[in-house]
Design a protein around this ligand. Sequence first.
Ligand SMILES: Cc1cc2nc3c(=O)[nH]c(=O)nc-3n(C[C@H](O)[C@H](O)[C@H](O)COP(=O)(O)O)c2cc1C
Length: 476
Amino acid sequence: MSLHGNNATPPAPAIAPGVDEIDPVRFAKELGTRFQGGIDPRVTAIVPGFDAPFFQAGLAGYSDAAMRIIARRLGAPFCVTEALLDRMLLGGGHGFDKADLQLMLDALPQGVEDQPLAGQIIGSDPDEMAAAALKMIEQASRPDRQYRDMAYGDSALPTYTDTRWKVDPAHSGEPQPADAACEDDCTPEALLALVNEQPPETYDPRTVFQNVARHESTQPSSLPGSTTGTSTQTNSAPSLSFATIDVNLACPVKKIDRKSRGGHWLSQPQGALDILRAVRAAVPKDVPCTVKLRRAYDDTPEMASNFEVIFNACYELGYAWTTVHARTVEQKYIGPSRWTFLKDLCDRNRDKIVFGSGDVWSALDIFRMMAYTGVTGVSVARGCIGNPWIFRQARLMIQGHHAPAPTLSEQRAVLLEHFAISHAINGEKAAGRMMRKFGIKFAQHHPEPEKVRSRMIAVESQRDWLSVMDDCYSAS
Ligand SMILES: Cc1cc2nc3c(=O)[nH]c(=O)nc-3n(C[C@H](O)[C@H](O)[C@H](O)COP(=O)(O)O)c2cc1C
């Protein structure tokens, strides 16, 4: 089931009078001289490794591990999963697959690359959302029944309300004690001991994830107990986790059984606040939480004021940042994103970290949006489907360099790599289906886009993919 229907609208220029007067190339270069990597250092202090002012958005039906890894190899510093439904996560069995980082790690020959990663959650009930978020962070280290008891039964959710996540502008990003502890001993045994030593409520999954990644990058062997190609999910101690939890209050999904989800909460601020409070309280205090919003449910004054209430509450409740998609929920994906809204919001909230979303179709748009609106950074969504080079181009621009389009041989290399990773993670049949969608988008960079598109539409297997590569992307 897709949570995001009616999204295949053609690129629309955002509502932003005067944006043409901005020189995005110059702005990007200045950004690079103002901040290392062009990113506000508060963001990197909150999520180590998030070192550029843009990220790959959650994109249901696209942004799986394969798409994310390709984006990262080309410069995306941070990615978000697609919105994962709380009930599916709590249901156990296959419902948790998309949040099971061990599954993905086992499938990948290269080790952990997909981090830092935000796990995005969507749902209707505060306790369900909170228990599901905790399960994601703990990577199902407790039996499934326990999480369901937290959501539906008598078991209380752990709470961390006394020490909520705070943004400390003075935070230098220096390694924290937990990081330092692992510098000495990064063997798999030491990492496992680190995890086992600590009770589930107090471990820092972020640190463990980073430590595992560090270990994996120097030693390509698998984690203790893992068997390549099979899941080692045994409800034992967690070994990987998400860097952040992102609460989706934006998706224009239909109401089911008259229950709200995603963007519908923007019309019911009390319900939205209940969810935000429950999730923030249940997620361990050292794991940052963030929120995805739209600019309002619709264009009425009542909904505009609901947005203000929810937006302010996010920060008061200890959420590190919001990402605001400047379309209304009612608008879905039709019509332009209103950058004037983002500009006004950022003008009034200069102290807050706000990421912007909507109508970012190129690397130039990343810097146009930043310069025009004052957002801290940009969420890249449809603009990166079939165009992972957008991240490389943006990084080059921050370094003051020319940002070239990908050559045909670069395209070929990335398309082969994307298929190979998708194959490893999803199996050949699913990879064929998935890559067909990407192939159609990748075709836009080819000198003969129509010809390539029609070949891509017919792809079902690795053989088909390789034959398109040979026929359309070979050097000759
Ligand atoms: C196919 C598709 C799937 C999406 N899935 C998600 C999602 O799972 N989570 C999310 O926060 N946003 C999702 N979005 C919204 C995007 O992240 C983004 O906010 C929106 O597309 C506006 O940006 P754009 O106009 O630059 O594409 C999705 C959008 C599309 C087109």
